[in-house]
Design a protein around this ligand. Sequence first.
Ligand code: DON
Length: 307
Amino acid sequence: MTDLQAIVEEIHASLSPRCGEGKVADYIPQLAHVDPQKFGMAVVTVDGETHLAGDADEAFSIQSISKVFTLTLALGKHGEGIWKRVGREPSGSAFNSIVQLEQEAGIPRNPFINAGAIAITDLVLAGHTPKEAIGEVVRFLRYLADEEDIIVDQAVARSEQATGFRNFALANFMRSFGKLDHAAELVLGVYFHQCALAMSCRQLARAGLFLANSGTNPLTGHRVVSHLRARRINALMLTCGHYDGSGDFAYRVGLPGKSGVGGGILAVAPGKASVAVWSPGLNENGNSLLGSLALEMLATRTGWSVF
Ligand code: DON
């Protein structure tokens, strides 16, 4: 057992008694069925070591973590031109807020709030049918994680499709400013499916490894993005990845990270490792309560904070 394995196991064991704290997301009805006791951790190092604890091999709804990967796809497709459609500033608002959209003429603050992610998905959809675009996103995740066993949870996608009124409002609002190329139904068809991707901590940590290794997946040797692009995506994760909790996450953890309302967080320790944690109970900002604590402990124990 390496030191890192011991650290991961210790963190998991010390936080396990608190499983069930926080509030499981229920505004997407299907997510409310998740067992609040679940808790998994996966650390995959750039040297190829994998350290797991708890429910690290159980698939969960990655939700907004998918926004890191669609941003990567959109940058690959359209380059820096995407910044005409979306900003690069923290919003200081909730992930699903609409307020700034009116003040800022349909340009969302960043690619990770819902409005920004919908704008990014609109760009991923360019030249595709929604079905093709969903296929592209799923194939990209399989390529990054180097695993075929990654699917969309159709029940979650349907659940969100049926209740995502606020996302329809955001999309139509952007379209009213001429800032969305496709009809809201088409863009959101893709967006709901990307959010409904089901992945385990292990798969997610592997998929994020290129961001920890200057753009190249060290396990497969695939160069996914340039060093500069990896650095920039990490910068956006650090400043915007936890919505109005981004400052607090940077203060406590000090790593680029992206959360999802399914209770997952992907964190990147540049030059060191990619980390995924999952615990469904959320804090007041909609980020995993135990997951944030686990990452804070990991950053403290390993000294991996970027600061
Ligand atoms: O659009 C939504 O509301 C969800 N599919 C994703 C939100 C989310 O994960 C926010 N993250 N903490």
